[in-house]
Design a protein around this ligand. Structure first.
Ligand code: GLN
Ligand code: ZN
Length: 785
């Protein structure tokens, strides 16, 4: 049967009964969003952190969310329902807790790890900093990086996986407990402070497996019949040594796992041929899960050979996007696989955890019905998975399939999606180069004649502090509670304050402060055609933080200028150059849900053309310095080395398209929010911007080493001289010291002086002091030159 039902409460039996008619089909979900349809977990966490509610309150919200998710999956008819995909912060941190790998600075005394140790690891507290956080593969989710070394004493210190399994079972749902697999856990870790960087993390495998064995034994004793190990690192470029770790780990676990069905889940890309060989040969493993949405080559590998006795979990429903599935096409893929693996060995699944998509379309009241019919959020994807499984089992829901086909047809032909002029213009871009005619040194010379800037010119990245009052005015204007006139007056005053402040501080290249913008992508998306916005389409980014990406559904065009009004107004307030401030096409693309009916680069080129129009209108309006932010360029890097060049090529091309048409005397800046660009430095140079400002808060060494190693760099560069993410104010001497370190490596005439990033999250008291010290530092050094 689908569920083993012990003596359970009647509320649950009621919803389980729905499923008994569909016994033969097999459906699975890799994982599910934890935040809740209205971000209930976020608010419960933040209130607990603020001391406004108790741990019991938080636990109650969490338990309710888990039970409603299990119930929802059971009602949708999902056969293999995951547990332990909930997390109070992050599933990798949960695994670190399970293994008792708490870094010593959290002074854990042993015993079951509770909130008092868990949350300080996640977020730090007054006396200890948090553990490092980093991007989870190429998603916008961030995980807490385990810190390991030869001295870590692993022990079973969090029973969360077993507790959640039991909790679901007591609700009448027999789940598949999910663990981060032991090899991926180690491959995603870093060497702890004080441990050699080159410490072989994989050498710890035999120390963590005993804990995994204890967990497995407890799950078995609790009645589990399946277990899922997430091993997404299998999609990366692994060497043979790393691949052997999988073989070793799972043969070590084989006897513990006997009697269980074991699923190894991979996602985010196809599994390379060598890894495919390894994973299909793993001992003790009975099922393999593949991402068939992004894993375009996996199907060929399956066709070329799949082990007879194993289950295949086919991830055909996209966990990374918000589009309704193409059910007909998925069904034919599934049928092809069924012919290879056999009817009783195929399970319909999601491409990855649904954590990376929005939660429930039901709560979207702003979107019109037509657009809604094109979409599927996590809750709708459950229904899709099950509809596909039913169809495979010969119980195709004709009404559901034909509604799906009709929605796809309407999406394909809708005049809201298609703009032939835009498609033509974008198509004609391919193959050409789009470079400014003059080289960067000559351009800088021409610009300097016009701008007449001092050496070590000072500037900021764009935004100034956004006060509560400012946010309120924007909100009220949006809600039509204040008039357009009143709004323009308020924003004009705000800009005027920011301009005066910068003049008083004696900054050389000014900004207007971005008071009219809530978010650097949303602001542009709202003014471009082809974008839609959700009310509740939140996706977890890290901890309690969520983002609400815009949805790009159609060909992108710019009906009218977007920033010219505010930029020219700001320029009219000062004789100093005022930077026009735009978000670049690659960043708009990478921070949105992107259409799946054309390649990403196609959409990116369309956005680039819209931004190009804006750049040229700014230039016509007399703006001589224009910054085009590409904060997220690096985020789009593919998971495989072999695909990097292709991505970087069209991404950098898109950026160049935006500004290839301006005069030599117009200075193009760009800004990036990371310092580790050593590996993509040639692409950054190829962007051919006149000036680049970059984050540099953590270490000057890392960034400057590229240039020390002799990379030829002729454009202007402003490595951030202080960290805007911290409330700490550096002194003028400290900043001057950093600048002189930079001068040892970079030419005096290309160095700019600026903070790390925008100032929007800081207070005016902090900004005034920090910027004043920054300008003083530039002046100290100018005097020494
Ligand atoms: N111009 C933007 C700002 O200053 C850049 C933000 C970013 O790089 N994330 O806010
Ligand atoms: Zn930034």
């Amino acid at each position: 049967s689908i569920f083993t039902i012990p003596s359970i409460n009647p509320r649950v039996t009621q919803f389980l009964n729905l499923n008994f008619q569909f016994r033969t089909m097999a459906s699975h979900v890799v994982g599910y969003p934890r935040m809740g349809p209205k971000r209930e977990l976020k608010f419960a966490l933040e209130s607990f952190w603020d001391g406004k509610s108790s741990s019991e309150d938080l636990e109650k919200v969490a338990a309710d969310l888990r039970s409603s998710i299990w119930k929802q999956m059971a009602e949708a008819g999902i056969k293999y329902i995951p547990s332990n995909t909930f997390s109070y912060y992050d599933q990798v941190l949960d695994t670190t807790a399970m293994l008792g790998a708490v870094p010593p600075r959290y002074s854990w005394k042993g015993g079951e790890i509770g909130f008092d140790v868990y949350f300080p690891m996640a977020r730090g507290n007054a006396s200890v900093p948090a553990m490092e956080m980093t991007k989870w593969f190429d998603t916008n989710y961030h995980y807490i990086v385990p810190e390991l070394g030869p001295d870590v004493k692993f022990c079973y210190a969090s029973h969360k996986a077993v507790n959640e399994y039991k909790e679901a079972k007591s609700l009448g749902v027999d789940t598949v407990p999910v663990l981060v697999g032991p090899v991926s856990f180690l491959l995603l870790s870093k060497a702890a402070k004080g441990v050699e960087k080159s410490f072989p993390l994989l050498s710890l495998i035999d120390k963590i497996l005993p804990v995994y064995k204890e967990v497995i034994a407890e799950l078995k004793a609790a009645g589990a019949s399946w277990i899922q190990f997430d091993e997404p690192t299998l999609v990366k470029d692994l060497d043979s040594h790393q691949l052997r770790a999988f073989t070793h780990a799972y043969s070590e676990l084989e006897s513990s796992l006997s009697g269980l069905n074991v699923l190894i889940e991979t996602y985010f890309a196809d599994v390379p041929a060598e890894a495919f060989k390894t994973v299909t040969a793993l001992k003790g493993v009975t099922a393999l899960g593949f991402d068939l949405v992004r894993g375009s080559k996996t199907l060929d590998l399956i066709k070329s050979g799949f082990p007879l006795e194993k289950y295949l979990f086919a991830g055909v429903v996209d966990g990374r996007n918000i589009w309704a599935n193409d059910l007909a096409s998925s069904l034919s893929t599934l049928q092809a696989i069924e012919n290879i693996v056999g009817k009783d060995k195929l399970v319909v699944s999601t491409s990855c955890s649904l954590l990376h998509t929005a939660v429930d379309l039901v709560n979207e009241t702003k979107l019109d019905e037509e657009i809604k019919s094109w979409l599927a959020f996590a809750a709708q994807k459950l229904v899709e998975v099950n509809a596909l499984a039913k169809a495979l089992a010969g119980q195709r829901d004709e009404a559901f399939f034909s509604a799906n086909a009709a929605a796809r047809t309407s999406r394909k032909s809708s005049p809201r999606v298609i703009n032939e002029a835009v498609q033509k213009a974008a198509a004609s871009l391919k193959g050409s180069d789009h470079r400014r005619a003059t080289n960067v040194s000559a351009r800088l010379e021409a610009q300097q004649k016009k701008l007449n800037l001092p050496v070590l010119p000072t500037t900021t990245i764009g935004s100034f502090p956004q006060t509560l009052e400012l946010r309120k005015v924007r909100r009220e204007y949006k809600a039509n509670k204040i008039s357009g006139e009143g709004y323009v007056k308020y924003i004009t005053e705000e800009i005027s304050k920011v301009v005066k402040l910068q003049e008083e501080l004696d900054i050389d290249v000014l900004v207007h402060g971005e008071p009219e913008r809530n978010d650097m992508v949303e602001y542009f998306g709202e003014q471009l055609s082809g974008f839609a916005f959700t009310a509740n389409g939140w996706v977890q980014s890290y901890g309690s933080r969520c983002v609400k990406p815009p949805i790009i559904y159609g060909d992108v065009s710019r009906p009218k200028p977007m920033t010219v009004f505010w930029s020219s107004l700001a320029q009219s307030m000062s004789k100093r150059p005022m930077k026009g401030m735009l978000t670049g096409p690659v960043t708009i693309l990478n921070w949105s849900f992107v259409r799946d009916d054309q390649p990403r680069f196609e959409t990116c080129y369309q956005i680039a053309l819209a931004i190009k129009d804006e750049v040229e209108d700014l230039e016509k309006a007399g703006i001589t310095v224009i910054q085009i932010d590409e904060a997220a360029l690096r985020e789009g890097l593919p998971l495989r080395k072999s695909e990097e060049a292709f991505y970087l090529n069209w991404a950098v091309h898109s950026f160049r398209i935006t500004n290839c048409g301006v005069q030599d005397t117009t200075q193009i800046h760009t800004h990036m929010c990371y310092s580790n660009f050593n590996d993509i430095i040639h692409s950054i140079i190829d962007m051919d911007a006149d000036v680049i400002t970059i984050e540099n808060s953590r270490s000057d060494e890392k960034l400057l080493s590229v240039f020390r190693e002799g990379v030829k760099y002729g454009a202007g560069i402003g490595p951030g001289v202080y960290d805007i993410h911290s409330p700490r104010i550096p002194s003028a001497e400290e900043i001057a010291d950093r600048i002189s370190k930079m001068l040892a490596v970079l030419d005096t005439n290309i160095l700019w002086v600026n903070p790390d990033c925008g100032l929007k999250t800081r207070k005016y008291t902090e900004v005034n002091l920090a910027l004043s010290n920054m300008v003083a530092a530039a002046k100290i050094l100018r005097a020494q030159l």
